[in-house]
Design a binder for this molecule. Structure first.
Ligand code: ADP
Length: 602
């Protein structure tokens, strides 16, 4: 190939500093070569060129022999694509590609290069026809980019070649001995490109002088594209694999148990903590679709099945007792899992062992229960004595004594209510609240509570109304006494948290579909938005409530909620600070009652 000085004013190249620099270097070398030829009158023996130049100087005609040759090369190269499909290890893929292309082009060696982390150097990642020591050494001693043909290819994104490296003045002097030792002369390097990014380089080496043809540039470019795709796939795979390992690591080191089911209900993840908690260590569980049949008599699997079948809405938490070699209490949270397109791909259950917490809770609750019982007896005595004194049975009292006794009476009532609430809470917490269900009409219960609480509404001059339903309502399956307590707590709050004289409390009963709703609406102090989420917690009282009514236990809503939930119902509320609140007690009109951890007699 005969070429002259290069002057390429193409737009793409104008902005490409590295390429312009490389072309300048090339022109300098070419000038030297021409000078040498002129001086000696003989061909100088080397040609450095690049893709652009080779394209512009290629000979138009292809001879029959060249054509045959090219056909063979392309056939051999078709083989390379097969490796991409069969092999999975990227180094092996690159080695095979290197081998195929070297053999197809009659070269002795080929290799692939990657950038160092700072992208200032390059090192060999896979090779054919090279002693492994060179490849191994390369990572430790990368070459600086720009000093050689591969560096030029990797910085300019162009292919570069030399027909005889050992004679080429562009070769850094220090490298000559290595080139001689490794015995190569003809060298062609191309960049590996992925989209707009250069991700590496590929070189092919002839032991003899070799004038690179345009066809060879083309072949190398095609092969490099294939290799770049393979390399990118491998990198993506590695990244995903690293992510997967990280996620697995996190899941495996969780203290809580975690089980994930796919949409077909098969187990796809179960972490070591879940296996340990449920004594499932030795079983093969991944892919298992857990049913009555597949669980069989295996106690551990039956426990897992019980947990899987817990009826709970998504994002909710349920407590369950499980018998393994000992009794354990688990808090099970269910979370749906979605992919990036928000398609549901399964559900996760998180198992939190609350056995110890529960034991402590029972101890505390036992203490409260014993203490409350012990206080209740003397309290009954005090109330009796106060009542006797107030009735003047044991002598006339002065007005001052009467007034003092009134105060003692109110305080004793408060105290008695607190003790009763505490006893209810400890019964609820220990599951000792016994329920006796019957199919009943709710209206008379509300009516009774209304009458019972009317005096305290009048005492505060609050407008207090109950509008009974016009038609008889469908009955519900309830424990009358417990529902009475729940309704009382809600209405009592409405009166308590309404302003004297201007306060207004309205009670109605409505039916919506299969749900019966007892609605208690007030125009009282309302609930601050930031405290709404704590409302049903034991002992919780909002700031404004504490200011308005200093003495109250903060147990009423908790008790009401627990009772209503035992009836498969729920309590909802809406409230605006300073304007008022509406509490909705909902009970299902259906006959089915949920089973529960707690002792019930539905
Ligand atoms: P208590 O009334 O003894 O404080 P509850 O458990 O019945 O306890 O209620 C908890 C808290 O919920 C109350 O302290 C109050 O902050 C808020 N709350 C309940 N009902 C109402 C209501 N009708 N209006 C305003 N706040 C209310």
């Amino acid at each position: 190939m005969k070429i002259g000085l290069v002057n390429i004013p193409s737009k793409k190249i104008k902005g490409n500093k590295e390429l312009l620099q490389a072309i300048k270097e090339f022109n300098d070398a070419e000038r030297k070569r021409l000078a040498l030829e002129a001086e000696t009158g003989r061909p100088a023996g080397y040609v450095t060129t690049n893709y652009q130049i080779a394209k512009e100087t290629r000979s138009g005609e292809v001879t029959r022999e060249e054509f045959e040759n090219q056909r063979k090369v392309l056939k051999a190269l078709a083989e390379t694509s097969k490796h991409l499909a069969i092999e999975t290890k990227i180094t092996t893929i690159l080695e095979r590609i290197a081998e195929s292309v070297a053999k197809a082009l009659g070269a002795q060696r080929a290799n692939f290069w990657d950038f160092t982390a700072d992208r200032k150097g390059a090192y060999i990642i896979a090779a054919y026809g090279m002693q492994s020591q060179y490849t191994l050494n390369s990572k430790k001693n990368p070459i600086a980019l720009g000093t050689a043909w591969v560096g030029r290819a990797m910085t300019t994104g162009q292919a570069w070649s030399t027909s005889d490296l050992q004679k080429d003045p562009l070769l850094p002097k220090a490298w000559l001995s290595a080139a001689k030792k490794q015995n190569y002369r003809g060298l062609l390097c191309v960049p590996l490109e992925h989209g707009d990014e250069i991700i590496g380089g590929m070189c092919i080496y002839h032991k003899d002088e070799h004038e690179w043809q345009y066809f060879e540039y083309e072949v190398m470019t095609i092969v490099a594209n294939q290799a770049a795709t393979a390399l990118m796939n491998a990198r993506t795979f590695d990244t995903l694999e690293a992510e997967r390992r990280k996620t697995t690591g996190i899941i495996n080191s969780l203290q809580d148990g975690l089980v994930m089911y796919d949409n077909d209900d098969s187990i796809i993840i179960i972490n070591p903590a879940a296996r340990k908690l449920l004594q499932l260590e030795k079983l093969k569980l991944i892919g298992m679709n857990l049913t009555e049949e597949t669980a069989g008599d295996n106690i551990a699997l039956r426990n897992l099945l019980t947990i899987k079948n817990i009826q709970h809405t998504e994002y909710s938490t349920k407590e369950i007792e499980i018998k393994t070699s000992e009794n354990i209490t688990l808090e099970v949270t269910r979370v749906p899992v979605h992919d990036e397109k928000l398609q549901k791909i399964g559900v996760v259950q998180i198992l939190h062992d609350t056995t110890e917490e529960r034991e402590v809770q029972i101890l505390k609750s036992n203490f409260v229960s014993v203490a409350s019982h012990q206080i209740r007896t003397p309290l009954t005595g005090i109330r009796w004595a106060v009542d006797v004194l107030r009735s003047n049975e044991v002598g006339e009292l002065t007005p001052a004594q009467q007034s003092l006794l009134e105060k003692v009476s109110v305080t004793t009532d408060h105290f008695a209510k607190l003790i009763n609430d505490l006893l209810d809470v400890s019964r609820l917490d220990e599951g000792r609240m016994d329920y006796e269900f019957s199919v009943s009409d709710v209206t008379p219960i509300v009516q009774r509570v209304y009458h019972y609480l009317s005096p305290s509404a009048s005492a505060r001059s609050i407008s207090f109304n109950f509008t009974p339903p016009k038609e008889p309502l469908r009955k519900v399956k309830i424990d009358i006494d417990k529902i009475d307590i729940a309704i009382q707590n809600i209405i009592d709050n409405a009166i308590k948290y309404s302003k004297p004289k201007v306060g207004k409390v309205d009670i109605t009963i409505q039916v919506h579909g299969e749900t019966l709703m007892i609605i208690v609406k007030d125009n009282g102090i309302g609930i601050p938005d930031n405290q709404k989420k704590f409302l049903f917690n034991k002992f919780f009282r909002a700031d404004n409530a504490v200011r308005t009514v200093p003495n109250s236990s903060g147990l009423g809503l908790y008790i009401a909620k627990e009772i209503i939930e035992m009836h498969n119902g729920m309590i909802q509320f809406e409230s605006t600070l300073g304007k008022g609140s509406t509490f909705m007690l909902q009970l299902p009109l259906t006959k089915i009652l949920k089973s529960s951890k707690k002792k019930t007699t539905p």
